[in-house]
Write a protein that binds this ligand. Structure first.
Ligand code: GRF
Length: 203
């Protein structure tokens, strides 16, 4: 059976990308990373792609008059590489209309908190500061909001008394590396169905 073709968008170090690549190489994930795209030329995610012979592309948002044109260029690259599922892995931009319309309900994101709590760029810090006893991570489909799309999977970790943003982030990251591949595998197996804003997982 043909493998699900992934297009990974990443702005930074790319540890989630690495976990996905490792799970594919270990035979635990029936997918293929078709291309890695970054909005940052120095993103280590691009180097991780090259290390594994995966096509990589830096697309400079500054080269375009606006978000729509920038995203058109992303969509072109995704289509050229026959991407079926877009995977945001530390992509630090809000997805706009052009990308959303090209890949409606075919874009996933991972967020380092138990949504709908603590959306935004400081999920781990916000959880520590609020004093919750548990936090975790959420894999969700992407819609036009900030971390608001239908939830696919979540994993929970305890928050310890002495945690700071970094210690909690490290504990959550271990779970991210497992749960993101699990969600992608469910998609590869055709087991995810959207019912309104609920995701049904089934055979
Ligand atoms: C992760 O914490 C992820 O949840 C968030 O951005 C971070 C990306 O880390 N969306 P990495 O680049 O995958 O290491």
């Amino acid at each position: 059976m043909a493998k699900l073709r992934l297009g990974v968008l990443a702005s930074g170090r790319g540890s989630n990308l690495q976990a996905i690549i490792d799970n594919i190489e270990a035979g635990k994930l029936d997918a293929e990373v078709a291309v890695v795209i970054s909005d940052k030329p120095a993103a280590y995610a691009l180097e991780r792609a090259r290390n594994h012979g995966i096509p990589d592309k830096y697309i400079n948002p500054g080269e375009f008059p606006g978000k729509a044109e920038y995203e058109k260029s992303i969509v072109e690259c995704l289509k050229e590489n026959r991407v079926e599922l877009v995977v945001l892995a530390g992509y630090m931009r809000l997805v706009g209309k052009v990308l959303l319309e090209a890949y409606t309900n075919r874009i996933m994101n991972i967020h380092p908190a138990l949504l709908p709590s603590f959306p935004g760029t400081h999920g781990q810090r916000d959880a520590v500061e609020y004093g919750v006893r548990f936090s975790g991570c959420t894999v969700h489909f992407v819609d036009s909001g900030m971390d608001t799309g239908p939830i696919i999977l979540q994993a929970v970790v305890p928050v310890m008394q002495d945690d700071d943003e970094d210690t909690l982030a490290a504990r959550i990251l271990q779970e991210e590396h497992k749960v993101y591949s699990q969600a992608i595998q469910l998609c590869a197996e055709g087991k995810l169905t959207l019912e309104g804003r609920k995701v049904r997982i089934g055979g």
